[in-house]
Design a binder for this molecule. Structure first.
Ligand code: HAM
Length: 417
């Protein structure tokens, strides 16, 4: 039987990887402009890291982790998200001692055993950013502005930003019991998952997509009416800074995140174009996480975006780089000249392709078209003798005569914009 990839694990083929690189490069540029530095952490961590951060009762930890015992009897897990590992590294290497305010970004594969569908995979890729050490709502606003800038730069006006506040350990327990009292009379309408959540985490009923749960929670008390004064003024300031910077957003008081570490500000970048996989990026504050993992009491806030979902939104837009020049040869005698020219041009940073197999001129020109080369040139005996050739701009057929030297060709064919 032919070997195929594991279900939910995808190959990113060359025709797609141009789009992926465009996303990654745009993120690096926008994040580095905002003062973020890259951190690279392992894909495998001790299982306990995730149960202690994401939370034992969450879907991720309960049902979705790739957990196994390795040959040394260690209980390990393929990371289902990036924040826990980045904060583990932040604590382990005492990055806070250098500067309690750190801005870190990361990108790479994450693993969740979910039911695969469009926009949801078992190996998927996130690009994430985390700020530690700032309580001030300025940090929330800068992060959200950066996220908005990323989507603007990538050329998407969808998705849109939704924000909420989930309060803190001071005010959330009271809201939780208010919500529980409201749900008590409607518990029969809830789906089986939410009947369990009613006990463990009733807030999750608010973003359940089951029809019964949507009806049961209609008119439920809003978390925003139950914030303590500290959380309330923090959230007002976040909104004020977003208003000051002209960043569009809407408030979604029913947004509840599927990870336990969040406090105060939470947010999602939401699209209507990917069915139920509507979150393209998501995140929030986690002011208690670092101390919960054994580090100092330092607040944090961050987000992660799903690369596959962004790539889907970008659609069929062309991002693969095209050759600057295709060199065709009339016969075997010109192949040495063509090869040396290609070698020289490549060394000076011009992207060149040529025929490797001694094909007919017609099939060489077909290949130049297929590769979408910007210029082509045909080298025959006359061109070799005169040391000059006509370079054809493929888009409009314009012919430009130039010497067969790197110095003459490079400025002619190299893309300048
Ligand atoms: P999350 O909401 O679990 O948050 O995931 C963030 C994003 O990853 C989602 O909005 C989605 O775009 C993408 N994603 C999640 N699961 C899948 C999947 N199975 N297939 C494809 N894409 C997926 C976190 O992971 C938090 N660590 C975000 C964060 C960073 N919060 C604070 N800092």
């Amino acid at each position: 039987m032919a070997l195929t990839a594991v279900k939910g694990f995808n190959d990113i083929l060359p025709e797609e990887s141009g789009r992926w690189q465009h996303i990654e490069q745009t993120a690096r540029r926008v994040f580095e402009l905002n003062g973020f530095g890259e951190i690279r952490v392992p894909v495998l961590e001790k299982t306990e890291l995730f149960s202690r951060s994401i939370g034992d009762g969450t879907d991720i930890v309960e049902k979705e982790m790739y957990t196994f015992t390795d040959k040394g009897e260690n209980n390990v897990t393929l990371r289902p998200e990036g924040t826990a590992g980045v904060m583990r590294a932040f604590i382990e290497h005492k990055l806070y001692a250098l500067d309690p305010v750190s801005k870190l970004y990361y990108m790479g594969p994450m693993f969740r055993y979910e039911r695969p569908q469009k926009g949801r995979y078992r190996q998927f890729h996130q690009i994430g950013a985390e700020i530690t050490g700032v309580n001030d709502p300025l940090a929330d606003a800068q992060l959200l502005n950066m996220l908005t800038a990323f989507f603007r730069e990538i050329g998407l006006d969808e998705p849109t930003l939704q924000i909420n506040s989930l309060g803190c350990p001071e005010c959330r327990p009271a809201y939780r019991s208010t919500l529980r009292s409201f749900l008590e009379a409607r518990i029969d309408q809830l789906c089986d998952d939410c009947k369990r959540r009613f006990v463990s985490n009733p807030l999750r009923t608010l973003d359940c997509k089951a029809q019964g749960c949507i009806e049961a929670t209609a008119g439920a008390p809003s978390v925003l009416d139950h914030l303590c004064s500290g959380c309330d003024s923090h959230f007002s300031s976040v909104r004020r800074y977003l208003d000051l910077s002209g960043t569009p957003y809407s408030i979604n008081a029913r947004m509840v995140r599927g990870l336990d570490y969040y406090t105060r500000t939470t947010f999602e970048m939401v699209t209507g174009l990917l069915g139920s996989q509507s979150a393209v990026a998501a995140g929030g504050r986690y002011d208690g996480l670092i101390s919960q993992l054994g580090g100092p009491s330092i607040p944090g806030i961050g987000f992660a975006m799903g690369l596959e979902r962004i790539a889907l939104l970008l659609g069929a837009k062309e991002f693969s780089s095209q050759p600057d020049l295709f060199i065709a040869t009339m016969g075997a005698g010109e192949r040495d000249v063509a090869f040396c020219l290609m070698d020289g041009l490549l060394k000076s940073g011009v992207r060149v392709e040529m025929d490797y197999e001694g094909k007919s001129l017609k099939s060489q020109m077909r290949r130049a078209d297929k590769l979408n080369a910007r210029y082509s040139v045909v080298i025959g005996e006359n061109e070799v003798a005169s040391g000059r050739a006509a370079f054809k701009r493929m888009a409009d057929g314009l012919q430009i005569d130039a010497a067969l030297t790197v110095d003459a060709i490079a400025p002619l064919v190299r893309k300048t914009v």
